[in-house]
Write a protein that binds this ligand. Structure first.
Ligand SMILES: [Mn+2]
Length: 408
């Protein structure tokens, strides 16, 4: 039997025998076990994290800081679901992604929370990590849904962090000075970090719009088999409307045109899509991206891919976006637009850990569509494990203070 399945520690046997002293049968049974919930029990937050009422109620017009935030839980790192999937081109179903990823994160808990490669237990880091639930998103009006996602994200992003004191960093080492203000933020304040559970990939546009209010344009690391920077004139349908122009293949085009991405600091990895024409790569380059195809892993390995990514985003606040279809369909079949020839979960997890030390200020895992998953929930399990790795990176790095670039 796996030790983490124990619900009642052996020491409570004595209490059982003494229960006749109480009027309530078995009153002395200790329900506060070392393992917390049994790993298969619980209400279904990500990794048995506490639920926080961080979204309730959602306030309006937060970007410019003029309004008081509604009462709610403050946190350092939050998990937030965006069950939105009405802007996909092929298979819908990612609206069930947030609940599916949470369900398949059940084996993550404080009791077995130590991440060996990263060398920490996120549950014991001192940072407050909450599962903030899902942003309410309509399935009937994409324009409204985008506004809901942006507003929900803003209301989380502009909450005070739970941690208020931070240490100045010098490169990869931590020195002792205490800083009053983080240098990256437009607001002069610390902002909590969020990991978004998608949802289709379109949600990155409202997220980047929201992040812009705290950080300005950010660097982007994008793992995907597709470019997602297609011109909506081409990819928005024959009679492109304002609504149809924003979809899961065009959101980076919009983000680039809206100035949400730092020039020359965005990078795709894992690309292997068919193109409409060879010049699609040139258009993508104009959107500010560098690119590594999936197959280069055979030539330069995970280390080479990590090195190129780190070079692309060096010294910038980084947004990390993972389309689950970057994985090979053998590892992650349950996604909207699967492409063969992708990476293994081992390779991708190794690459993600290679981002240790970067200032990842937000991340997502998207396009997980549980209706197409295997009986063993392969895709959702892979997604949950990727969230776990990102959580480790964010907690290990700590609150965003000052990048290596500003110390050169
Ligand atoms: Mn994508």
């Amino acid at each position: 039997m796996d030790m983490d399945m124990l619900t009642i520690p052996p020491s409570t046997c004595g209490s059982l025998m003494e229960s006749t002293e109480s009027h309530i049968p078995n009153a002395n049974i200790n329900l506060q076990t070392p393992a917390g919930d049994a790993i298969f029990a619980g209400l279904g937050t990500f990794g048995h994290l506490p639920f926080g009422a961080c979204l309730s109620p959602i306030t309006a017009h937060i970007p410019h800081g003029s309004e008081e935030l509604a009462p709610g839980d403050n946190f350092d790192v939050g998990i937030i679901g965006m069950p939105f999937d009405t802007a996909v081109s092929f298979r819908p179903g990612a609206r069930f992604g947030p609940s599916g990823i949470r369900h398949n994160s059940k084996r993550m808990s404080k009791f077995r929370g130590y991440n060996v490669p990263l060398g920490l237990n996120v549950y014991e880091s001192g940072q407050k990590i909450l599962d903030c639930g899902d942003i309410p998103v309509t399935a009937f009006d994409n324009t409204l849904a985008l506004q809901q996602m942006e507003q929900g994200y803003l209301s989380l992003l502009h909450r005070p962090t739970n941690t208020t004191q931070v240490k100045r960093r010098r490169g990869e080492t931590v020195a002792e000075e205490i800083l009053d203000t983080p240098l990256y933020t437009k607001t002069g304040k610390l902002h909590p970090k969020m990991i978004t559970l998608g949802g289709d990939h379109t949600l990155v546009l409202p997220v980047l719009r929201a992040l812009n209010t705290a950080y300005g344009p950010v660097a982007v690391i994008h793992f995907d088999s597709h470019l997602d920077s297609w011109d909506p004139g081409f990819y928005g349908g024959e009679d492109t409307s304002k609504t149809s122009a924003i979809n899961h293949g065009t959101f980076f085009w919009h983000a680039s045109n809206e100035g949400l991405i730092r020039n020359g600091s965005a990078t795709h990895a894992g690309i292997r899509t068919r193109l409409a024409q060879a010049s699609d790569y040139d258009d993508d380059f104009k959107s500010g991206f560098t690119l590594q195809e999936a197959s280069v892993i055979d030539d330069i390995g995970t280390a080479g891919i990590v090195e190129n990514i780190r070079k692309a985003v060096a010294g910038n606040p980084v947004y990390l976006s993972i389309d689950i279809d970057v994985l090979d369909p053998s590892a992650a079949p349950a996604t909207g637009t699967p492409e063969t020839g992708g990476w293994s979960t081992r390779e991708l997890r190794k690459i993600i850990r290679g981002l240790d030390g970067l200032d990842i200020i937000g991340a997502d895992i998207v396009e997980v569509a549980p209706p197409y998953d295997t009986q063993a929930s392969l895709t959702q399990m892979a997604a949950a494990d990727l969230v776990w790795e990102i959580l480790g990176l964010m907690v290990k790095r700590g609150p965003l203070v000052e990048g290596t670039q500003s110390l050169k």
